[in-house]
Design a binder for this molecule. Structure first.
Ligand code: NAD
Length: 514
């Protein structure tokens, strides 16, 4: 098929037919991007930041319309599109517009060793060229938008391939950049499926910024390795929330409720595993179940965006049923199969089940218990994933200790999930959750090529370095004395200094460099 049918997952109706970008056009797409990038990279970061401010204005003007499109195509409530995608996107532009010019400025390196100060080093943060941004459907706006803003601000061109399930949102995003006056071809959105993504990689982009599943991440890494393309991979998760016995039950259940069921659980950092202290588990489960029954399906919960994901739910539910696990609530699809009824599952054998170990990416929380803090940490870490974890307790020092032991990219104490939307803090995972960081100065530097330029400190005046040819005896004594200057504390260094100076003078006087 040469078109993508953008569909409303609530009704199945077609929202728009979007022509697929032909795979054979990729060389031209990349040639155009390269031409646009040469000019864009010559503009100062401040001027690029000004364009971002226009972009923010355009987005502000069209906020309701874009929220509506996200909600229609992705199936989340429009309120979530606004709060969890668009407001964080506005915050993200505002932050990077502020820090971009400072962080991307040339940076002079201070040498610790005075013997090196006859030279000067500068780091210049150069653009990399054309970046490939490949993104998923669950946060179709925010996730790609963050990459586009950082990559463009750093002076790159971008070829953006959105998920085939949210092409309409991507089309709207391209419109926003065009309306804000970004140069033609500096951002090119291309529409298609995985084969288009693979064709993009064959064009050898300067970098791939991928957000999506572990399976696709591995395929991309394999393909990229042929050309040694650097990449960052933001992959899946099976995030744990640890509830300690002193936690406020009302607060903890609300945190679990939002952490597990916002965006209908279709969140990389969704609370999919709940580790509750055994002493409070029955009361906790009862309260969470009660709160779940109060969620209004239409206002609070969206629908499942895609068929493939429904099949994952059904597979995990089937496995849970075969194991006779306990469904406290949910466990079935609704009558028109647009959503999974929010599910809370536990019982004997839960820790061996698929629903506890594999990413479900849906409105599901698998509950288990623990007896000690040590056991909670072990259980939380017993996962191939390592994206985010939460700890709910009133004991802040213990929470800090636990946070340091957890094998994840972010830990939220008495909160859940929202750090993914904070532009100031690095976002990313470890283990199967991938590598590389979005957001913060680290996220910005992901799209730069830091070049080191070393030059004489005083104009062109310099002298031949100590270690140049010929290798001689005075030179050797001097370097031995230099080695001695690393030894011991201040007094020992002071004691060694006259000898060091003496060898230096003898060396300079007797053995000129070639
Ligand atoms: P996916 O891996 O199926 O697809 C992601 C993107 O990759 C899509 O645009 C798709 O068309 C493209 N693609 C597929 N095959 C490709 C190939 N061979 N080469 C190049 N591109 C290819 O993921 P999805 O179903 O869209 O998203 C859900 C997954 O994303 C979940 O696992 C979720 O945890 C993860 N995710 C992670 C983060 C994070 O920040 N860590 C954020 C959101 C989603």
């Amino acid at each position: 098929m040469s078109t993508i049918f953008s569909r409303n997952p609530r009704t199945g109706s077609i929202l728009k037919e979007i022509p697929k970008t032909p795979i054979h056009s990729m060389p031209q797409v990349f040639e155009r991007a390269a031409r646009a990038q040469v000019l864009w990279s010559k503009i100062s970061v401040k001027q690029r930041a000004k364009k971002m401010i226009h972009l923010r204005e355009v987005l502000c003007r069209r906020l309701d319309e874009i929220a509506q499109v996200i909600s229609e195509e992705n199936g989340k409530p429009a309120f979530e599109a606004l709060t969890c995608e668009l407001i964080p996107s506005l915050e993200l532009i505002s932050y990077f517009v502020k820090i971009g010019p400072k962080k991307l400025r040339d940076h002079e390196v201070k040498f610790r060793n005075p013997m090196m100060n006859y030279r000067r080093s500068t780091i210049v943060y150069q653009p990399m060229g054309t970046i490939a941004v490949i993104s998923p459907w669950n946060y179709p706006f925010l996730l790609a938008f963050g990459d586009l803003v950082c990559a463009l601000l750093a002076g790159n061109a971008v070829v953006f391939k959105p998920s085939e399930y949210t092409s309409l949102v991507a089309q709207k995003m391209q419109e926003l950049f065009d309306e804000a006056g970004f140069p033609v071809d500096i951002l090119q959105t291309v529409y298609g499926e995985g084969d288009l993504g693979a064709a993009i990689i064959d064009q050898k982009p300067a970098k791939i910024s991928f957000t999506g599943s572990v399976l696709t991440g591995k395929a991309i890494m394999k393909q990229a390795s042929q050309y040694l393309i650097p990449l960052s991979l933001e992959l899946g998760g099976k995030d744990a929330m640890i509830i300690l016995p002193d936690a406020d039950l009302d607060y903890a259940t609300s945190a679990a409720l939002w952490g597990g069921f916002t965006n209908s659980g279709q969140v990389c950092a969704s609370t999919e595993r709940l580790l509750v202290h055994e002493s409070i588990a029955p009361a906790f489960i009862a309260k969470l179940k009660e709160k779940l029954s109060l969620l209004s399906t239409d206002a609070d919960l969206g629908v499942c965006t895609m068929e493939k994901q429904k099949q994952v739910y059904e597979d995990h539910l089937q496995d849970a049923k075969t194991r006779n696990l306990e469904f406290y609530t949910g466990g079935i699809m609704n009558s028109d199969r647009t959503r999974l009824i929010p599910t809370l599952v536990g019982g004997v054998g839960i820790e061996e089940s698929k629903i506890y170990n594999e990413e479900t990416f849906g409105p599901v929380i698998a509950v288990t218990t623990f007896k000690s803090v040590k056991e909670a940490i072990e259980k939380a870490n017993r996962s191939p994933y390592g994206l985010l974890a939460s700890v709910i307790t009133t004991n802040m020092s213990l929470a800090e200790e636990i946070a340091r032991e957890l094998q994840v990219g972010s830990v939220m104490i008495n909160e859940v999930l929202f750090s993914a939307g904070l532009p100031e803090t690095p976002w990313g995972g470890m283990k199967d959750s991938g590598f590389g960081r979005k957001h913060s100065n680290m996220g910005l530097y992901e799209f730069t090529f830091p070049k080191h330029i070393n030059r004489p400190r005083f104009g062109f005046l310099t002298f031949k370095s100590w270690w140049w040819f010929p290798y001689t005896s005075y030179q050797s004594q001097f370097f031995k004395a230099w080695g001695g200057m690393y030894q011991g504390g201040v007094f020992e260094k002071l004691f060694n200094f006259p000898h060091f100076l003496w060898t230096l003078l003898k060396f300079i006087k007797n053995e000129p460099r070639l």
